[in-house]
Design a protein around this ligand. Sequence first.
Ligand SMILES: [Zn+2]
Ligand SMILES: [Zn+2]
Length: 154
Amino acid sequence: MDIQLTFPLDHDGFLRRECPHCVRQFKWHHGPANEEAETQPAPAAYHCPLCGKPAGMDSWWTQEQLEYAQGVTIPAATREVEQGLRDAFKGASSKHVRFDCKGGIDAPDVPTPLTEPDDMVIVTSPCHSYEPVKVPEDASRPYHCLVCGEAFTV
Ligand SMILES: [Zn+2]
Ligand SMILES: [Zn+2]
């Protein structure tokens, strides 16, 4: 099963993220921000700009993104199962036994796509300035570098 999940970026190309440790939200730039970023190896973990703790690359989904992902994958999985049942019944039917598959399984509706407001402010760490992040305007300083976790203020 191949499901395409897309999450919206804001107009500056930032993706909303949620820290698994402090459960606060920030944004990181999606894709290389510039040429220098492109030449860097992808880090095994990123650090939360707000609390500084590291987590693996797939640990930063927001609740809204997880719910949306579920909302998209469950109907797709339901359709897949339904098609599989129909195929199975078709093969099992013979002159004497006929399997019929009437109606369909009720698949939940696919949720409306997420939207991304242009909130938060861009900050860049002095040590890894090629990985800018966006933090809530009222977030307390210091911030932490996404790449190495180093504390900094702007
Ligand atoms: Zn955090
Ligand atoms: Zn750094």
